[in-house]
Structure formats: C-alpha cells, structure tokens
Design a protein around this ligand. Sequence first.
Ligand SMILES: Cc1cc2nc3c(=O)[nH]c(=O)nc-3n(C[C@H](O)[C@H](O)[C@H](O)COP(=O)(O)O)c2cc1C
Length: 164
Amino acid sequence: MARILIGWASRAGAASDIAALLADELRALGHDVDVADLRTRPDASSRDLVVLGSGIQAGQWYPEASAWVAANESTLSTTRVALFNVCLNAAQPSKRDESLGYNKAVLSRVDPVALESFAGRYAPDKVTWFKRLFLRTLQQSAQDHVDEKAVRAWGREIVELVPL
Ligand SMILES: Cc1cc2nc3c(=O)[nH]c(=O)nc-3n(C[C@H](O)[C@H](O)[C@H](O)COP(=O)(O)O)c2cc1C
C-alpha cells in the first residue's frame, strides 16, 4: 500500500474533480490517499507519491499551486512526484505539446516521474466578467471535456511507478 497525497488547485472545478477521480481509483487499488486543496498547505512529507494538479489560466498554473511547490521544493526533491494540469487546449490532440508546456514553470522546481495534461471545462458562470472578456478573445463557449476514463487510466499508470 502506497501513501499518496493528491494536491489540487481549481477555479471551475475540473482539477478538483480530476483529483477526486484519481483518489477514488487509487483507493480502490488499496492505497492510502489524502486529497487536499493546495490553499490548505497540505503536508508533503512521508509520502510514497505526491500527485499535483492545477487548472490553467493564461498558460500558467494557479498561484497557490506554484507557491505550494516552491514552499515544498526540498521535500519534493526526495519524493516521487506526478504532475498534471487541466486546460481547454488539452481537448485538442493537435495542441498536446502546448498543453503539456503549461507545466514548464513547475518543471524548473520538480523532476516528476509522470507528466500529463487533461482536458477541462469552461463554465461562464464561474468566471468573472473581466476574465470572460479575455476568453471571448479566445472564442470559447461553455464546454466540458473531463474524461473520467482517461483520468482513471492515468491513476493506474502512475501508481505502477511506485515500488512496493
Ligand atoms: C481566464 C481564463 C484563462 C484561461 N487560459 C487558458 C489557456 O491559456 N489555455 C488553455 O488551454 N485553457 C485556458 N483556460 C481554460 C481553463 O484552463 C479550463 O477552464 C480548466 O478547466 C481550468 O481548470 P479548473 O476547472 O480546475 O479551474 C482559461 C480559462 C480562463 C477562465
């Protein structure tokens, strides 16, 4: 049984839903899983695997996720880490490199065993007027691409990387 922390940062709920799906999958495999909003500054120590995920705005992880990674850099350097982001570009296979590229800033601080980008959702009612203006320039309408099967499959993949 592995001790696993899944930390997430979310605005529209896609990254937190994905974190919950991963937790469900890993618990079903018999692992000990804590799931935490990174704003609560969870403890990274004594974990066999730390899974970190953030939604993306303007090509960046959310600030609380980047801040938590910076604050825990030294613990993470001796821990197996898997990273994922959640964005709309990931819904388009032709934009996979761009989507994975949104993890770049975090990669300067951690060396993950796995890296993923999941397709998220856009819910206009969860976005402020000012940010909707930004998105309109990207021509986005309401959409939900969260793919439960893909998320659960990645969960099974990353736990295989933990020697037991
Ligand atoms: C203001 C704003 C900026 C965004 N910028 C990007 C972007 O640069 N690239 C992208 O692929 N998706 C972008 N998105 C889409 C989000 O990444 C998507 O809604 C994702 O589901 C967010 O994760 P969350 O639901 O956990 O907050 C943006 C969304 C908003 C509201």
